[in-house]
Design a protein around this ligand. Structure first.
Ligand SMILES: [Zn+2]
Ligand SMILES: [Zn+2]
Length: 102
């Protein structure tokens, strides 16, 4: 009678250890699946880089951080204008308003 109880207890203990072990390994062994959709954490501007992160679809851990290159100015057409008898050409960035002369 006593032996049987011991055996039952031992089996329960093993089951307990196994379940804890498998739960732990399931977390630790997350292979991190990434579906390719990034989340922008910092928007890039004309002159500054931004950042985007890719998160594991299973556990939410950030698996990849990518620097988004600066966009560069998006200048419009060159426009000629004359001031003080000198003719300049100017174009203006449509995004940030930065202007460039020549
Ligand atoms: Zn994961
Ligand atoms: Zn710009």
């Amino acid at each position: 009678m006593k032996k049987k109880i011991l055996k039952k207890g031992l089996i329960m203990l093993i089951v307990c250890i196994l379940s804890i072990g498998s739960a732990f390994s399931a977390y630790a062994a997350c292979a991190h699946t990434f579906n390719g959709s990034y989340e922008t954490t910092k928007e890039p501007t004309c002159t500054a880089t931004g950042t985007k992160v890719g998160k594991c679809t299973k556990c939410g851990v950030v698996v990849t951080t990518v620097t988004i290159p600066a966009l560069g100015h998006s200048y419009g057409e060159w426009i000629k204008y004359t001031t003080g008898g000198v003719t300049y050409s100017i174009h203006v960035c449509t995004r940030c308003g930065h202007s460039e002369y020549k």
